[in-house]
Design a protein around this ligand. Structure first.
Ligand SMILES: C[S@@+](CC[C@H](N)C(=O)[O-])C[C@H]1O[C@@H](n2cnc3c(N)ncnc32)[C@H](O)[C@@H]1O
Length: 217
């Protein structure tokens, strides 16, 4: 009998297996748990990545020896904690967030996790603020997880500012199962996929809502 995860709506053969695997490979310490619970505690949308995806992001950052990481879409800082933890002492994460309330919650969570020196949350529409960090580039990893209608623009920015061998990561790459619809969001997400293929070696990992992975040529 199939089980549905109430948080993501994804159906699994056995939800107990998923929970056991999350606990075994992607368990939370206090900092991660605080950030994971924060959206519910602060009446924000609980749309953060899942524990296994968060750990996957962390391992990708370590795999490429990243020192400079950009995140677009911070929410409460859950994925930001994963990304920042994978960085070396002098590494840096710049995370962009539109909603001032989310920014405050994320900053508090990053501070509680002891990562505020390494992770900076920039408030405002990402496309208006990305230029401010371009002098810090090229970047090793860009993780896109914000407004879907602008994924194509974020992807173009990433391609211009990621070093060869660096990574593009894009969450919700299945666009909630509506990737092939004729809507502005679906069209932008398809362009994100197609344009990524021009600059990166790509694959779409079948996480609950798809994670695009590209290695910059
Ligand atoms: C899916 S959540 C990010 C989840 C986070 N990456 C995590 O897994 O913990 C998307 C976030 O993007 C933010 N956002 C939406 N449009 C944005 C924009 N134009 N610029 C920056 N952030 C934006 C939303 O306010 C929301 O907090």
């Amino acid at each position: 009998m199939a089980d549905t995860d109430s948080r993501t709506g994804t159906t699994y053969a056995n939800l107990d297996v998923l929970r056991w695997l999350e606990k075994t490979h992607a368990g939370h310490d206090a900092g991660l748990q605080r950030a994971f619970d924060a959206p519910t505690r602060h009446a924000m949308p609980a749309i953060q990545v899942g524990p296994a995806e968060g750990k996957l992001l962390e391992l990708f950052v370590r795999l490429v020896g990243a020192r400079k990481v950009v995140e677009i879409g911070t929410l409460a800082g859950y994925s930001a904690i994963h990304l920042a933890r994978a960085l070396p002492e002098l590494g840096a994460l710049w995370s962009f967030e539109l909603d001032p309330r989310h920014v405050q919650v994320a900053r508090d969570n990053l501070q509680a996790a002891g990562l505020d020196a390494r992770a900076r949350v920039l408030e405002g529409p990402a496309l208006d603020r990305l230029a401010e960090i371009e002098r810090e580039g090229p970047f090793d990893v860009v993780f896109v997880d914000a407004d879907k209608e602008r994924y194509d623009a974020y992807g173009r920015w990433a391609a211009r500012h990621t070093r060869p061998g660096g990574l593009l990561l894009g969450d919700n790459a299945f666009f909630f199962g509506k990737l092939l619809d004729d809507t502005p969001g679906a069209r932008a997400m398809r362009r994100f996929h197609e344009e990524a293929r021009e600059h990166y070696d790509t694959v779409c990992i079948p996480t609950p809502d798809g994670l695009l992975l590209g290695i910059r040529r």
